[in-house]
Structure formats: C-alpha cells, structure tokens
Ligand binder design. Structure first.
Ligand code: PRP
Ligand code: URA
Length: 209
C-alpha cells in the first residue's frame, strides 16, 4: 500500500495554477505564482508536523501555546525546485535547505546527479523534496534514493504538476513517501513533457527559453 497522493482542491491553488500554466505568463509573474502555490501546498503538506506545548507570557498573562519540535529540511531539486524552496523557506525560516543537483538527460531522460553537499549525518527530522514537475519520476526517485542512503526516514515530495507515469514510478520505488501536487495531468508527450503541463518549469522561472 502506497502513502497518499494528495492533489490539492483548494480554490486558490486552482486559480493560481491556471495563471501559471498560461503560455503568456511572463517570468516575473510565473515566479510569484510558484511562490504562492508552494506556500499553499506546504501549508497542506505540513498539517502533521509535531508541536509541543509551551507557556508564553502575553502582555496580560501566561498562556499555553504550541511550538514546532521537528527539524525541517527542504531539498530543492535544482534548478526548478529553487523557487519552491525559497517560498517555503519564507514560511519556515528555521528550516535547513540542502540542494540536490539533478538534471534530466535530454536523450536518455535519466537523471544525472551533479551536486550533493549533504552533511555526513542526518540533521533533520522531516525532509520535503521540492520540484515543480514530476514527469517520468526519474529525478524524484533519484533524489529520494539519495536522501534514504543518507539516512532520512521521513520524506515527502511536493510538486506543482505531476504526470500519472511519475506518480506510479515514485510509488513503486518509494511507497512510504507521500506525494503532494497542485495538479495531476493527463500524460507525457513523446519528449516526456507533461501534457497539458506548463512547459519547462526551469526555463519559465529563469527566463532561459
Ligand atoms: C525538470 C524538472 C524535474 C525533472 C522532471 O528538470 O524540474 O527536475 O525535469 O522530470 P522527470 O520526472 O522525468 O525526471 P530539468 O531536468 O529540466 O532540469 P532544470 O531544472 O535544471 O531545468
Ligand atoms: N520538466 C519540465 O520542466 N516540464 C515537463 O513537462 C517535464 C519535465
């Protein structure tokens, strides 16, 4: 049995996703939408974070309140995951950010790892792998493999748009990893781009198309 696949139905997510997909959305607006959508998705995906009760002195009296107790790691898959990680980091500034450099080889479509500076021992309790696009799933599986070899035990994947092929691959390799998406699209085209998708998420964020 696989961990849940959660596809957001939040009206704000749906509205912003339409703008994000639009071919005429320019990079500055595209980046703002990636930021907003990432924060909304993280809000949904972080519902199960643990808290402890602490006493807080308000100007009037002490009251029991809650404090996060888990160390959080954000693992953006470079480069398109950068915008997502930056947005979530704004919501949770104490998180650690460990970048994973992976790109999809255009011919083989297999992920190639080019950057990984994880420290020798695991220094977070929950890892959020972030990447806007889950296409074949090769990059997500490779990133989760790296984190598991490192010793991470609680991992979630957050993406903006997924294809059924990518969801199936991650669930087959890592059935313990919940997937949170803003949309699950129809299929991959002959170049393994998500259809209808939004095109190339890295190029659209960084104006490199
Ligand atoms: C894109 C995307 C994912 C990957 C998804 O990155 O951001 O990392 O492709 O494809 P997959 O599920 O088939 O592995 P890309 O390789 O284009 O690199 P970039 O972010 O550096 O542009
Ligand atoms: N990477 C992207 O940026 N878009 C896709 O549709 C597939 C992979």
């Amino acid at each position: 049995m696989s961990a849940p696949l959660v596809v957001s139905r939040h009206p704000l997510v749906l509205h912003k996703l339409a703008l994000l997909r639009h071919r005429d959305t320019p990079p500055p607006l595209f980046r703002n939408l990636v930021r907003d959508l990432s924060q909304l998705l993280f809000y949904e995906a972080s519902l199960d974070l643990q808290t402890a009760t602490v006493m807080i002195p308000t100007p009037l009296e002490e009251c029991p309140s809650h404090q996060l107790t888990q160390r959080i790691g954000l693992m953006p898959i470079l480069r398109a995951g950068l915008g997502m990680a930056q947005a979530i980091h704004e919501s949770i500034p104490d998180a650690r950010v460990w970048h994973l450099g992976l790109y999809r080889d255009h011919e083989t479509l297999k992920p190639v790892t080019y950057y990984n500076k994880l420290p020798p021992t695991v220094d977070v309790d929950v890892c959020y792998v972030v990447d806007p696009m889950l296409a074949t799933g090769g990059s997500a599986v490779a990133a989760i493999d790296i984190l598991k070899r490192w010793g991470a035990t609680r991992i979630k994947f957050l993406g903006l748009i997924g294809a059924p092929e990518g969801v199936r691959l991650v669930q087959a390799h890592h059935p313990d990893v919940p997937l949170h998406l803003a949309a699950l699209d129809s299929h991959l085209n002959e170049h393994s781009y998500i259809v209808p998708g939004l095109g190339d998420a890295g190029d659209r964020q960084f104006a490199t198309c």
